[in-house]
Ligand binder design. Structure first.
Ligand SMILES: [Zn+2]
Length: 570
């Protein structure tokens, strides 16, 4: 056995050398280069192992790979077909004119085929260096754009065959990596979608501009333009036609907006995609919303214990309304789905009315509102109440009619979950009254108002501790006795330099206790209601946020900005 591959593992803290030896032996037997197998087996810490290996081989180790200001010369020195096929990254062109050399990074110095390809197909002589596989993949995507190898082959190939974008129904929407070497728009589009799923994007926007076709992903609520191959504009109409075919839209109709759906198969999972086209002056733009079939549960919300306890007791109720408030994009659906998953037992019948159904829950009857055919929240609700549910979830209460049916349902022994478009928990009370609901009905039916906002989660790989004085804490309103440490966002390769990765909801809960019922029924002034809430254990959302900030889960700034609109100093 080659000690070259084992010594670095020993030094980087690998705990299972016998298994590592097995992996190496089987790679040797099938004459594969062993590095992929070693990394895939998860036996070593990729970063440390590869750094040790580079050291032993006396190759330069790259800690980070900045995108050059002028990427074109690098792309020309090593075209996407060599780079992406052999997983080699051009890093820098060194030397004077006529004596130039190319610094080329690999994660697998034992891959002889790749080294041969570099020697034969690249014009410049090569100086090798090493980088981790993860970082190399990321840098390749940045330098060449998603699907660049496929794209290049399409352009090299024959005149574009329009029929090739329309594959059979069955195979159409399976987008797992195929070994198929043939380049096609189908494959190119699949690469764009697959990349979006890998990056946990919630939306993909394909937007024709005058000189380019722009592709953007929405990740953690923010739009990010992704690198696409040069000259992608040449394929604009084919890419858009392919997406429309996948969504069963009329590809000949380009003047009016169309809506459709795609059911994608990806790594054995079904992913529901809502597709909308909009005609623009530069051509049709296509938006895809990826409705992940996410698994929901209460634990994932990472509730602070004082809120967790309240929610658990609410979920045990057999009737009443639990309302979640917050603006669009504050994560209300995730909370609703998590609550429903918690109460989803075989002996209970759960029915939802949603617009649209964002995620499917097994064992739950879900109805999508279709107002164009008269299936409104109110109509759908009326009919499902006849179908004897125990628990009802209403996507949103927007009008008096829906509010009244929800109240009736709760008073006749149903537990009802819904959302309201208001800023804070206490605002929910006045919102219902403003809609025209009698205050005594609000007090009789509603059990709790929850409000929530999303804050960005700090990237665990690069967050840095932050000194914060007692004076600053008092100024901000952070209790001095709150344990923990605050952190700042920094930014690294793994979080696209943003310092954040994913999001987390912060909450506040107002329970409608019997004392509170009294006040609500008699339309007490909001100051009285607020005082009572505090007596009932209300903790404002900003205070909830401080717990998360002092646990190093998010930053102080995130909490401040998420709670600025409704903060009144208490
Ligand atoms: Zn980071």
């Amino acid at each position: 056995m080659n000690p070259l591959l084992i010594d670095p593992a020993l030094r980087s803290g690998c705990e299972n050398i016998p298994e590592l030896k097995d992996v190496l032996a089987s790679a040797a037997q099938s004459q594969r280069s062993p590095i992929d197998d070693v990394l895939d087996a998860g036996l070593v810490d990729e970063e440390r192992y590869m750094r040790e290996l580079a050291h032993d081989l006396d190759l330069e180790w790259l800690v980070s790979i900045p995108l050059p200001d002028e990427p074109m010369p690098l792309r020309e020195a090593c075209g996407p077909s060599v780079a992406l096929k052999h997983r080699l990254l051009p890093v820098e062109i060194t030397g004077e004119d006529g004596e130039q050399r190319l610094k080329l990074a690999t994660f697998d110095p034992f891959n002889l085929i790749a080294r041969q390809a570099a020697a034969q197909e690249l014009e410049l002589p090569v100086d090798w260096c090493m980088v981790s596989r993860k970082r190399l993949y990321e840098a390749l995507r940045r330098l060449y754009g998603v699907g660049a190898d496929t794209f290049e082959k399409i352009l090299e190939g024959r005149d574009f065959d329009y029929d090739a974008i329309d594959v059979g129904e069955d195979e159409a929407n399976i987008i797992d990596q195929d070994e198929d070497e043939e380049a096609s728009v189908v494959k190119f589009v699949n690469q764009i979608i697959r990349e979006a799923l890998d990056q946990r994007a919630t939306d993909i926007h394909v937007e024709p501009l005058a000189t380019n076709l722009q592709i953007r992903y929405r990740i953690d609520g923010r739009l990010i333009e992704i690198a696409v191959p040069e000259n992608i504009k040449a394929l604009q109409s084919s890419v858009i036609a392919r997406l429309k075919i996948m969504a069963h839209l009329d590809i000949a109709e380009r003047r009016v907006p169309q809506d459709g759906r795609i059911n994608l198969q990806f790594e054995g999972q079904t992913i529901d995609v809502r597709v909308a086209t909009v005609p623009t002056v530069e051509g049709e733009s296509v938006s895809l919303r990826l409705l992940n079939q996410e698994k929901f549960n209460l634990a994932k919300l990472q509730l602070e214990p004082f809120v967790q306890k309240k929610i658990e007791s609410l979920l045990e109720l057999s009737n009443g309304i639990i309302l979640i408030t917050g603006p669009t994009g504050s994560g209300k659906s995730t909370s609703l789905y998590s609550f429903l998953s918690e109460v989803n037992h075989p002996e209970r019948r759960i029915v939802t009315v949603e617009d649209p159904v964002e995620n499917k829950l097994s064992g739950v009857m879900q109805i999508a509102v279709k107002s164009e055919i008269g299936l409104t929240f109110a109509n759908a609700l009326r009919s499902i109440l006849r179908a004897d549910p125990n628990i009802v979830m209403i996507g949103e209460i927007r009008d008096l009619e829906t509010a009244e049916i929800a109240i009736r349902a709760s008073l006749t022994g149903h537990l009802v979950f819904s959302t309201l478009h208001t800023n804070d928990a206490m605002g929910g009370i006045s919102r219902l009254v403003d809609m025209g609901v009698e205050p005594f009905l609000v007090s009789a039916a509603v059990r709790a108002f929850l409000a929530q906002r999303l804050v960005r989660r700090l990237c665990p790989h690069c967050k840095s501790p932050r000194e914060i004085s007692d004076q600053d804490k008092s100024d901000l309103g952070i209790p001095l006795d709150l344990p923990g440490e605050a952190f700042n966002a920094t930014g690294c390769d793994r979080c696209r330099g943003t310092g954040f990765s994913g999001r987390l909801a912060i909450y506040e809960v107002v329970l409608i206790t019997s004392a509170m019922q009294e006040l609500v029924a008699h339309s007490a002034p909001s100051s009285k209601i607020r005082e009572q809430a505090f007596r009932d254990g209300y903790v404002p959302m900003r205070s909830y946020g401080w717990h998360k900030a002092m646990q190093g889960v998010t930053t102080i700034e995130e909490v401040l900005s998420a709670t600025s609109s409704d903060f009144d100093g208490t």
